[in-house]
Ligand binder design. Structure first.
Ligand code: ZN
Length: 137
């Protein structure tokens, strides 16, 4: 793990959450992006290199819709920067961690991402992310 890259927060209404977090953080979000494969719309706030990612479901079968249904709005995941996501996946598997799906996929903010299963991380959903520009040459 290189650093905490962002904290993901599940919200019901992205427009309302953007307004609230702008007041809370004292700055505006710098981008909004839809990740069709995950069924989410996201927005990002930058706090000195660590980001807050707000996530709103755009479909009922989105993982965010299911999360909010079960647990309500709130902190959804912690994302950590890794240099090489494939070797990180292998490393953590060797360490006995389980993944939701042990292969990188395209996430928001030009990242390759992968989630560890929360049952192997004491209930915390952990995302590994790698800058896509640094991906395979
Ligand atoms: Zn994330």
């Amino acid at each position: 793990m290189q650093k905490l890259e962002h904290i993901g927060i599940a919200v019901k209404n992205l427009a309302e959450a953007n307004e609230l977090f702008a007041r809370l953080l004292g700055r505006e979000h710098y981008k909004v992006e839809e990740v069709e494969s995950e069924g989410v719309k996201t927005s990002f706030f930058d706090l000195g290199g660590v980001k807050i990612e707000l996530l709103e479901a755009i479909r009922d079968d989105s993982p965010i819709a299911k999360f909010i249904e079960k647990r309500g709005q709130g902190v959804h995941h912690l994302a950590f920067d890794v240099k090489d996501i494939e070797s990180s996946i292998q490393h953590y598997q060797e360490q006995g961690f389980e993944f939701i799906k042990a292969e990188p996929k395209q996430g928001a903010d030009n990242k390759l991402i992968c989630f560890l299963h929360p049952k192997s991380t004491q209930g915390v959903l952990v995302e590994l992310c790698q800058d896509n520009v640094k991906a395979r040459q």
